[in-house]
Design a protein around this ligand. Sequence first.
Ligand code: SAM
Length: 285
Amino acid sequence: MLKLTSPSTIRYIMDKYGFRFSKSLGQNFLIDEGTVNRIVANAEVGPEDMVLEVGPGIGVMTQVLAAHAEKVVAVEIDSSLLPVLNETLDGLDNVEVVHGDILKIDVKALLNEHFGDRKPKVVANLPYYVTTPILMRFLEERLPVSEIVVMIQKEVAERMTASPSTKAYGSLSIAVQYYCEAAVVQKVPPTVFMPQPSVESLVIRLKLREKPCVELVNPDFFFKLVKAAFGQRRKTLLNALSAGLSMPKDKILTALEEVEILPNIRGEALSIEEFARLANAFEEI
Ligand code: SAM
């Protein structure tokens, strides 16, 4: 089997298949065996696991996933990689490659077709240009997966896993943590990729909750409220909400009083539970 973490193998593949890296498809391939093994270890992939990989590239992580999991399905957008994957994954009979755009294909139907009622883990080195839309698609559509372990750009990972009253905490932290427990599990420097990206990377683990962590009367309004609270971070919560929701201040004050939240704090101080209580209070006044 070809050693896919070797730059000379990648050059051989480029020559043989006429493959060229596409910047617009976020193609930065892993060339460090230790990093690949650690991502798979962090995902705790075992013989009874089903795995969905997004963007297998030339199959460097797919090979390792296949060695640990019961079954791996890998969705790749770039048709020029299909003949490469045909060679690099040859003989691995628990792997299937699907050609498609993970943002456009019917993922629910794909999961059902390949995994039945088993919930796979999603494990991937995601293309950075679409990290957030891909992850939010899995979360918002409540796609039946048990866990997501992905490498993404450091700044985005920090925002997704941030706690209240930190610089990185914002509407993305809440959108993600509403659906799952989120944690950073691994740091990855740019030197382990070919070509090297200009950003640092982190691996995050998202453990999907059976149900969201807070009960909401009106989820749409909750997310509107969160967006408004972070819309103007320097303003007090009262002013940010009044501007962001185009709502009179007395109405906002009534809701804040109802849940005993001070109007002059900043939105970033509120936990997801406090945002939920506040959003629900608006529904009652
Ligand atoms: N897994 C490989 C690795 O670690 O070396 C490649 C990772 S590379 C960062 C991202 C991969 O995702 C590329 O193979 C790229 O072609 C693929 N990709 C980009 N956009 C995609 C999309 N919308 N749907 C599916 N795959 C996509």
